[in-house]
Design a protein around this ligand. Sequence first.
Ligand SMILES: [Zn+2]
Length: 342
Amino acid sequence: MIIDCHGHYTTAPKALEEWRNKQIAGIQDPSAMPKASELKISDDDIRETIVNNQLRLMKERGNDLTLFSPRASFMAHHIGDFEVSSTWAAICNELCFRVSKLFPEHFVPVAMLPQSPGVDPKTCIPELVKCVEQYGCVGINLNPDPSGGHWTSPPLTDKLWYPIYEKMVEYDIPAMIHVSTSCNACFHTTGAHYLNADTTAFMQCVQGDLFKDFPQLRFLIPHGGGAVPYHWGRFRGLAQEMKKPLLDTHVMNNIFFDTCVYHQPGIDLLNTVIPVKNVLFASEMIGAVRGIDPTTGHYYDDTKRYIDASKILSAEDKQAVFEGNTRRVFPRLDALLKKQGR
Ligand SMILES: [Zn+2]
């Protein structure tokens, strides 16, 4: 089986964006604030946006299943207050749940959280509980910077985040560490902010001792781990100077990277440096980079090709990256697939 652990509903019906624009307008003018019930999206609307987009490309590329979460850049936790984020997260999570009900063989939901800058992360727990218990979400996306590029929250190792981690351990679900839109002009959203955040989250974990407190906690750092694999020697050296244990035991039982790296040399570097057990297949399709690479004639985000072509990974390694590792890191996915006889 080929499991893509990183997909977003980037193709949601236009009505969703229109509703969100009304909600944003309603922050200034409460009389204009729309009700959640005013958003009407039919099953046929959903089907159309999936069949012609993600599902079409999955079939063309040979991907069987995608872990599917709300559009990351649209989470925009910096907009409005907790109430605004809460209503928005509930709507987006329900849509991904509906996708998973309409295409149970191809999509399994992952939840976004109703984070809001300066608001205690534990306020996200009711939405998290609902998403796991009622929607069957197998993981969450956790935004380490709800301010959108100004980094006003404490590091992920801070005890402020612990209520989320306690719930993750209780449910045995991992979190993908995923920021949203940058509202800082210095950081392009997908070209800088995302990759900065991946690198930052990893270094926060190296600096802290979070996994001593939560040995079962699992973070998935997307986009190939940002700059981490490329600068592996720097991180090892810094950990050594800080008198931390070797990274293998300090963080690598708890941190995983995906394969959203859009060229062969990048994927080869990832697989040269990072142990196979820590790499999970993903494409983030349809996402940030939608074009065709003129040097290969294939889509940049058709990452399965790079794994297939890898001379570093054995057949057994490839199976681990495509399926085995993801089933291990997402035990609720594994249980669901077993129930489906897969
Ligand atoms: Zn993403």
